[in-house]
Each structure stands twice: as structure tokens, then as C-alpha cells.
Ligand binder design. Structure first.
Ligand SMILES: [Fe+2]
Length: 269
């Protein structure tokens, strides 16, 4: 879809890893993740400046069932702008697509906003927790850049393409993240951003000319640099980005404040 050139920055709300349950009231690792996502959306949608688009980078449900995706669709219905989704290792790509047809959310692979192109990639591999970009996904990145070398590019993907510093998470990162990073480093002239989920924590690094950004989950957070699974005490959150027409951009993360902290219960073993 082509949108006319924007003179204003493009405001992006980046949500990830909502891990919605199969039914209302269900808990995932002790957290009511539907209530958590609702609280995050309430907070983001009440910001003084409205968002132009929402990007959701996978693990949208805990188990991929039609009822779990119905909860997602219901939550996104009140968002007044397009919601572009991609699958994570907890999702089923085809079912996600089917369950979102006809609403304001969908599994869309790309959009253009003025001088910025957004590419949504599918790194999910059936039955695996780590990720991989198949040849046609990498080819899409290459041809997008080659077709418009001066265009600025934001790539969204579920798995992290560079290590995040937690050995247990880095064992299930994007296995061919180097291939993606090499393409972004070596081709074209515009700004390059990669956003992702999966690691349930904020992450911000610059690798060569590529800014690499992870977002907090709308569900539970993981402790950075932990050697094994460890929950963080941080509340649910999200990342925001403002993309400027000249290729500059601003970004940051927001966590729900004290007034929004959700009642959590110990993990059920
Ligand atoms: Fe996740």
C-alpha cells in the first residue's frame, strides 16, 4: 500500500509478545496477559499524540488457537489505525492470518509511508523456538533495497538478529541473523532499523549503520543478561518510534506506571 509523503513524523507503536491465553481469565506464567495487553493499549492510546500504525512482532498468543486469536482481534478492534502483525515461535502463521481477516489488523508484509518502507518478516519455524529467514524472505529485503536504494527501511521480525547477552535467549535467536544484517549493512543508502520481540526486554544497539531495537513485552519481562530463564520485576510495556521524512528517528520505551501494575501471581508449576 502506498501512502502519500508525510511531512510529519510517522508515529509507530511497537507491541510484542502478548502471549494471550486461550480464554478470558486465563493466565500465562501467572499473569493475566489479556488484561495486561488491554492496560498497555489503554496507556498507549491515551498519549497526547496519536499513533499512525501499530506493529506487533509475534508471540501474540501462548498457544495458537482460534479462540486465543479471537481475543487478539477483539483487543485490536478498538485501535483506530492499522495493526500489522507477524508471527513468532508461539504463533501459527496461517491461523493468525485467517483469524484476523476482515478487521483493522492483518498479517501484512510491507507498507510504504513517504520515504520510509516497513518490511514485516516471518522468522518462525514450525516446532522450533529459534528463528530462521528462508531465502525468499531475504530476497524480499534485497530487492526492496535494490529497487529504492535511497529509501529508509524499518525491518520488523520476531527473533533477535544479534545476541542480546542472555545465553539462554541467544540459543534461540535468529539463526541467520548475520545474513539479514549483512544485507542491511551493505546495500542502499537510507537509514536502517530492525525491531524485534522474543527477548521480553528493551534492547538498543547500533551495529555498523543499523540500529537494532528490542521492545518490552506487553506480558512479562525477562531479566537482561541472565544465564537462564529469569523473570524481571519490570511491568508490561512497549516501544514507540517516530520516523522523520529525512531518515532521522526517535525512539524509546514506556512501562506501565505504578497505577497500572497488574496483580501477578506466582508461576504455576
Ligand atoms: Fe515471547
Amino acid at each position: 500500500m502506498i501512502v502519500d509523503h508525510l511531512m510529519q513524523p510517522l508515529r509507530i507503536l511497537h507491541l510484542t509478545d502478548s502471549h494471550l491465553p486461550d480464554a478470558t481469565g486465563g493466565r500465562v506464567q501467572g499473569l493475566d496477559t489479556e488484561t495486561s495487553l488491554r492496560a498497555v493499549l489503554d496507556h498507549a492510546l491515551s498519549e497526547p499524540r496519536a499513533y499512525d500504525v501499530v506493529l506487533l512482532t509475534g508471540d501474540l498468543v501462548e498457544q495458537p488457537t482460534p479462540t486465543a486469536y479471537a481475543l487478539l482481534r477483539q483487543q485490536l478492534r478498538r485501535v483506530p489505525v492499522p495493526c500489522l502483525c507477524l508471527p513468532g515461535n508461539h504463533d501459527h502463521p496461517d491461523l493468525l492470518h485467517e483469524c484476523l481477516i476482515g478487521g483493522n489488523a492483518g498479517v501484512e508484509s510491507e507498507r510504504t509511508y513517504g520515504d520510509w518502507r516497513i518490511l514485516m518478516l516471518d522468522s518462525s519455524v514450525p516446532g522450533r523456538s529459534d528463528g530462521f529467514l528462508c531465502e525468499d524472505q531475504l530476497e524480499r529485503v534485497a530487492s526492496t533495497i535494490d529497487d529504492a536504494p535511497d529509501q529508509h527501511l524499518l525491518v520488523a521480525v520476531h527473533h533477535h538478529p544479534v545476541p542480546c547477552g542472555s545465553p539462554w535467549m541467544d540459543a534461540m535467536m535468529l539463526r541467520n541473523g548475520d545474513a539479514l544484517m549483512d544485507l542491511l549493512q551493505s546495500r542502499g543508502n537510507g537509514t536502517r532499523i530492525v525491531i524485534f520481540g522474543h527477548i521480553h526486554q528493551a534492547f538498543d544497539a547500533t551495529v555498523g549503520r543499523v540500529r537494532v531495537l528490542g521492545a518490552p513485552a506487553t506480558s512479562c519481562q525477562f531479566e537482561p543478561r541472565s544465564t537462564s530463564f529469569r523473570r524481571s520485576v519490570l511491568p508490561p510495556g512497549y516501544r514507540w518510534l517516530e520516523l522523520h521524512p529525512d531518515g532521522g528517528f526517535d525512539t524509546g520505551v514506556t512501562y506501565l506506571g505504578e497505577s497500572h501494575v497488574l496483580r501477578d501471581v506466582p508461576r504455576q508449576h
